[in-house]
Design a protein around this ligand. Structure first.
Ligand SMILES: NC(=O)c1ccc[n+]([C@@H]2O[C@H](COP(=O)([O-])OP(=O)(O)OC[C@H]3O[C@@H](n4cnc5c(N)ncnc54)[C@H](O)[C@@H]3O)[C@@H](O)[C@H]2O)c1
Length: 401
């Protein structure tokens, strides 16, 4: 169901957008400049404004919030690339925008950077009536979101993701965090932005490696809940990512966003059905952790999904053809290395998985496919308990491939 609405929502602005639902069958084609508003189904539920070349509308959306001051937090590269375009959207007589740049690497996602940002915002006179915009990848927006949650116990935050992972996945979570000495994302809170704003023009400068990592999560949404998405990727990825037009990136992003929203709609807290988003993650997390991040999250999860498919096949749930399809899409088409790294032993990997699992699951359990587009759900639990010897046998065999 699509319902079209154009709204001048306040006398001072004319913001035009179309409400788009995440139901199957809606058109994913957006013209340049066309903005849609998506319901995120999160708790709280920030609206998601999305489109290609829609940044001209950002200033009006921010102005609707009636902030006393606006703080744009980004990194130097993104400021150089897009600062002018962004700031053009905020007429000076309307809003005062202060720009702050941060280092936004994974190793800078720390308490130290968080403290620097909080203190800088206070020095620059942030108030309870201000609004902070995080413009960047997941590392940057995680820090900015957490700072917004903490300053004066919470000031308004707007998230503008600039990576495919951010646009299609990580921004749809309300999760804000920094890393600790002993692990990733150890300190954080759930804190929703007042709205999300995704303009796919920004994705064109993102390096291909990051895009591939994000695509892994997008393809995962297909395996776990939408067979047509797997068909779509199998076809679409025949074209090299480097050759994608803005239109291609927009269509692909919207498809992945809507697939995630369909899952969130049924389980906004990701505790029940939402657990299926963890497909491939138990194996993937172990490899990511053991290589200290040398294998990125997406690359590790791709390997993890292939191992989970082998496990599902061994247990008699899915056919060899479905397993082969995993290898075809992630390996042959997307060009990812699907091997378990040489320096990781199966003993160590099992140990990491057990200790990772213990924290949350009370035993080694896995999300497994019943078929393409549907996960197993024995006894109402999407985490399937598998005997340790079966897991070991599958891993031993996989390591030798
Ligand atoms: N909140 C969540 O639920 C959640 C989910 C998944 C990941 N994350 C976090 O997100 C982080 C990963 O985020 P990411 O994948 O978005 O990458 P990233 O933030 O690590 O960015 C990677 C690099 O790309 C650069 N970059 C970003 N956008 C660019 C653009 N448009 N053009 C050119 N360069 C650009 C960044 O400056 C950075 O150097 C991790 O810290 C992870 O923990 C959070």
């Amino acid at each position: 169901m699509e319902n079209i609405m154009s709204l001048p929502t306040s006398p001072s602005s004319s913001i035009a957008f179309r409400e788009l639902s995440s139901e199957p069958g809606v058109s994913h084609l957006l013209a340049p400049g066309e903005m849609v508003r998506l319901k995120t189904h999160l708790i709280p539920d920030p609206p998601y404004y999305f489109g290609n070349r829609i940044t001209g509308q950002l200033g009006a959306l921010v102005k609707e919030q009636n902030p006393d001051r606006v703080y744009l937090v980004t990194n130097q590269l993104l400021l150089d690339l897009y600062g002018e375009e962004l700031l053009k959207s905020f007429p000076e007589q309307d809003l005062k925008v202060t720009v702050i740049t941060l280092e936004d690497t994974e190793s800078a996602k720390t308490f130290q950077t968080l403290e620097y940002l909080c203190e800088t915002l206070v020095e620059k006179n942030v108030s309870k009536a201000s609004l902070v915009i995080g413009f960047g990848g997941g590392c940057l927006t995680n820090i900015v979101g957490l700072a917004s949650a903490m300053i004066f116990r919470g000031i308004r935050y707007v998230e503008i993701p600039t990576t495919l992972m951010g646009v299609t996945d990580s921004s749809l979570s309300n999760k804000q965090a920094v890393n600790g000495k002993h692990g990733k994302n150890q300190f954080g809170v759930y804190y929703g932005p007042v709205f999300l704003f995704g303009d796919t023009q920004f994705l064109m400068s993102e390096p291909v490696g990051g895009k591939k990592s994000a695509l892994v999560e997008g393809i995962k949404n297909g395996w776990i809940s939408d067979p047509s998405l797997v068909d779509y990727f199998e076809q679409k990825l025949q074209t090299r990512l480097e050759d994608y037009t803005e239109q291609d990136v927009t269509e692909l992003s919207l498809k992945v966003i809507l697939s995630k929203l369909e899952i969130l709609k049924m389980d906004p807290t990701e505790k029940k059905l939402g657990m299926i988003l963890e497909y491939g993650h138990t194996f993937g997390h172990a490899m990511e952790f053991m290589t200290k991040g040398a294998i990125t999250h997406g690359m590790a999860v791709a390997k993890g999904m292939c191992i989970a498919a082998e496990l599902g096949h061994r247990l008699g749930y899915i056919s060899r053809e479905v397993v082969q399809r995993h290898y075809r899409i992630f390996g042959d088409i997307l060009g990812l290395d699907l091997n378990i790294p040489e320096n990781i032993t199966i003993d160590d990997m099992l140990q990491v998985m057990v200790s990772d699992n213990k924290k949350t699951l009370g035993g080694t359990k896995f999300v497994l496919l019943e078929r393409v587009g549907k996960c197993l759900n024995p006894d109402g639990d999407y985490q399937v308990k598998v005997p340790a010897e079966t897991v070991r046998a599958v891993l031993d065999e996989y390591k030798k491939r």
